[in-house]
Write a protein that binds this ligand. Structure first.
Ligand SMILES: Nc1ncnc2c1ncn2[C@@H]1O[C@H](COP(=O)(O)OP(=O)(O)OP(=O)(O)O)[C@@H](O)[C@H]1O
Length: 260
């Protein structure tokens, strides 16, 4: 059986007294590709930040490689949501990726030959090495997202966390990105926050449904009961999951909502 790389035990979290996560326990094995899904405001990003050590639980604990998350940060990569905030800074793609090598305890000179080689390798792995000299502001949404993933890969992480990586990318770009993530999953554990049921349709191995509480399923097939718990809907109205699936047929869902 695979080693457990992430474990949460009776985790609670609140922002200023407002409960967001309640009694969350789960184990993620090495090599997993888990989709974290759930409604808006369900607590997905908060959970990711707890696994990254960016937030501290109100109660309970999270362990990554058996340690508090902050102690193992060089072993994990993170592609946050909405990374486009500082894009107009005049910086090249290669420089952005190289920033992934900036770690606590960094030795000068930086970037070293090893840093440059790691950046080149990460860019090639994401299929964007030809863009290395371009300004980040000049790229398409899909190209940019690959660059940000390359930045996370540059530090050679063992776990990759991604928060809504396909937001704003066209449908074909999304499929291509999932295929790339699937290739990366041969070497890395991946934790992917997504609203997009397409993410589940072919690529992930397990699903964590988060809506204040968490249900972890070690297979990607969703059941009717699960969907009702996670996305309650009014009889006669389209199921919200159908809406986010953009009408794309999805094998993971058994009949639900208007289908049933
Ligand atoms: N920094 C913060 N301060 C106070 N409340 C917050 C903060 N960040 C998030 N929240 C609240 O916590 C709840 C969970 O937010 P979170 O971002 O984890 O949800 P999410 O499932 O990722 O949502 P979405 O799908 O919309 O991105 C929401 O009600 C949100 O308004």
């Amino acid at each position: 059986m695979a080693d457990i790389v992430i474990e949460a035990r009776h985790l609670f979290f609140a922002y200023n007294g407002q409960k967001v996560l309640e009694d969350v326990s789960f184990k993620i094995p090495a090599g997993d590709f888990v989709a974290v899904i759930g409604p808006n405001g369900g607590g997905k990003t908060t959970l990711l930040k707890l696994m990254l050590g960016l937030l501290t639980p109100t109660r309970g604990e999270v362990r990554v490689f058996g340690r508090p998350p902050r102690e193992v940060s060089p072993r994990v990569g993170y592609v946050p949501q909405h990374v486009e905030t500082h894009l107009h800074f005049p910086i090249t793609v290669r420089d952005v990726v190289m920033m992934g090598r900036l770690q606590p305890g960094l030795k000068w000179p930086w970037p070293s030959r090893a840093d440059r080689a790691a950046a080149a390798q990460a860019l090639a792995r994401m299929g964007v090495d030809h863009l290395a000299q371009r300004r980040i502001s000049d790229l398409s949404g899909g190209q940019r997202q690959r660059v940000f993933i390359a930045r996370a890969l540059c530090a050679r992480p063992e776990i990759l966390f991604l928060d809504e990586p396909t937001a704003g990318i066209d449908p074909q770009g999304q499929v291509d990105l999932y295929c790339l993530l699937e290739q990366l999953n041969a070497e890395l554990t991946i934790v992917l926050v997504s609203h997009d049921m397409l993410a589940l349709s072919t690529h992930v191995k397990s699903v964590a449904c988060v809506n204040r509480r968490l249900h972890y399923h070690d297979h990607p097939e969703l059941t009717h009961d699960m969907m009702e718990t996670m996305y309650p809907h009014t009889p006669g109205e389209a199921c919200p999951v159908e809406l986010v699936a953009h009408g794309v047929p999805h094998r993971v869902l058994k009949p639900h909502g208007n289908d049933s």
